[in-house]
Design a protein around this ligand. Sequence first.
Ligand code: IPE
Ligand code: IPE
Ligand code: MG
Length: 238
Amino acid sequence: MTRAILPRHIAFIMDGNGRWAAKRGLPRVKGHERGADAISTIMEELRRLGILEATFYALSSENYERRPAREIRRLLDLLVRYLDSQAETLKRERIKFAVIGRLDPLPAEAIAAIRRASALTAAHERFTFRLAINYGSRREIMDAACALARARASGGQAPERASEPDDLRAFLYDPSMTDPDLLIRTGGQSRLSNFLLWQCSYTELYFTDTLWPSFGKAQLARAIEFYARTTRKFGAVR
Ligand code: IPE
Ligand code: IPE
Ligand code: MG
């Protein structure tokens, strides 16, 4: 595989943890735990391959609002433990940790763990590891549009004037985030579930039945081979 056809940024919709656990007669949280292990495996492989950025959908705003409080609490506990357990690796490998989503409603311990990991890695540049937590794309676009309008108004410029679509980027949750080249969704559904709707305008989409806790290096290689075979045209004629 040559470097030129590697995606720069891969986004993951990590679906299927609950079904992975149910198949084994285990509680759903066990699926989430194994799902966290899968993130580490994939992260290591991404770095080995020379990919520079990865964004993982860990919790949607709809999950946060609609799932039983107990499952959400256990997921957020797992998040805290996971981030703390990764501190060494993030430091050693110079990985920058970033997050997108609305953090305000989260429990204080979760916010603190996110802040710790972000502060620890703010100066890192080798790889960006991003988690989407309590994230909803429609909300992000709405928040960004309002912030853009406010900025234009306070600059004395009408919001509708001189707006390029790309002007919105600076107001998204993480302005440094590049558009994903490849999006991988595990768990058998072919939908985006309110993930990165703006950023994925020209992203190659790869759907697999593999449940997230079973998604490993071999499955990642298949997704990257799929990416390498596609011709990206961005609306132009090739
Ligand atoms: C994805 O797995 C993880 C989260 C949404 C937090 P699910 O929990 O959605 O697992 P399934 O889809 O029920 O199998
Ligand atoms: C998408 O999975 C969200 C995450 C993986 C975090 P869901 O399981 O919430 O998606 P739907 O409900 O099947 O669309
Ligand atoms: Mg699901």
